[in-house]
Unconditional design. Sequence first.
Lengths: 491, 95
Amino acid sequence: MSGLTGRTVGEIRSLVASGEASAVEVCRAHLERARTLEPRVKAFRALLDEPALRDAERVDRERAEGRPAGPLAGVPIAVKDVLCVRGAPATCGSRILESHVPIYDATCVARLRGAGAVILGKTNMDEFAMGSSTENSAFEKTANPWALDRVPGGSSGGSAAAVAAREVPASLGTDTGGSIRQPAALCGVPGMKPTYGRVSRYGLVAFASSLDQVGPFGRTVEDLARVLQVIAGHDPADSTSARVDVPDYLAGLRRGASGLRIGVPAEYFKGGMDPEVDASVRSALRLAEGLGASLREISLPHTEYAIPTYYIIATAEASSNLARYDGVRYGHRAQGARQLGPMYVRTRTEGFGAEVKRRIMLGTYVLSSGYYDAYYLKGQRVRTLIRRDFEKAFETVDAILTPTTPTPAFRFGDKTDDPLAMYLSDIYTVTINLAGLPGISIPCGLTRERLPIGLQIIGRRFDEETVLRLAAALEGELKFHQHRPPLDGTP
Amino acid sequence: MAITRNEVLHLAKLAHLEFGEEEIDRFTRQISSILDYVARLNELDTSRIEPTASIESGSPALRDDALVPSIPRGDALANAPESDGVHFKVPKVIG
């Protein structure tokens, strides 16, 4: 059967559930497309051909036995290389974990499999999820499917590019300061960071534990709802995963935007934004109004302090989390050291890349004696102010709409020498990690150069429903799916 | 410079990392410019603001203190750079 790729999660699931296509056929079609495109896109660290086909055979066998099809039956899904898939290397984009093979599945991966999904491969990323362009991967640079000389964003650049290139209908990424939403915007696909605590972090290799969250990329907002439905919910293995009921996301998806009060924060529409991004997001705001939503200007006064706060808190947590890479229990060990202390130092010096070292150093500094109060504690106090800004705003609005990024995708090498310039590409996304809120990016237009532009919708804690509902309503009007990246010859 | 070369050398020691001369210079410069940028937080008076360490819903979920199977030893050692099948092996602690 032809035309199995380029479909949505829901379409594939119905094809497989009805028997029009087998999960194995779907899996082979996606593996074949990925193999054709990978030399140009390099979204994957590894395609899991044999285990994926085994997953697919199991789905077909269960169908033949008359068992009900799972909600993701036969759907190929790519997983960021920071998430553990038993038996498949999880490098986290780092030399220090180059040969690391997890001995268990992350909870989100186990839930995908339990729902009938086929784990097609592991996707490329910035080393330990630190970066905004995927250029910090120790292994390869992933290209943006819309312009192969540009970055896909990061750190989940591989997961975003794989969906944009239609190598998979959906993927999982992780988002600590924008690492799902920013690449989603740059690659022209929907991507969602759920509320902190909505999805278990068990089996997610930690970067900044109070900010990290797993979430989906998909072809459509409905795809995100379908994947989120499966991965959301409390997990006894992660004590920070919340005991909060998971609603039926699909049921709420088509309720339209009418009656929603949308906040437009003045601080997100100030200087530094590309004029084409500004125009595109403003035109989406008018569309929302046309759908019956009302717009209100709001203020999030501490927005300008979000990036400095983030780089204190995230680096502090990273320096602590990454202390575990010592060459003893897993990962790389430097050869030839005859004593333990020098072995640690040489292992870490050989294993980590420049950005990871820079952040470990910065995090060590802000936690060190004499600087803890001035930096780390100060950052935590400002985090409270940022959280309160949102609490106040959500007293009068149901959702907040902003640009996702100040600019479209930039060229390889444009920001690699200037860490601060790279950090600023997360200026509209880090605040919501600090506040623990859910956020989505959906494509809202193309620049004259045909580069995707993303808009971000932010919701109340655990109110993914409203975020998805507004995103689905706008998606229906924006009709971005008419555009395709130029990979297949025709635009 | 918000940070000195000597402080960077001290941090490297705390973080179990080693750098060449040129890298130390580059890190001193880059970390200084990041710290200068971070210093804008001092514009805010936060003396009466409680710190937020994490955004969690209520108290962390506690599980029952029940016995469950743990990771088999073979699996736990599977990724070790060096083991004797029972222990993780490391170089001498005291030389």
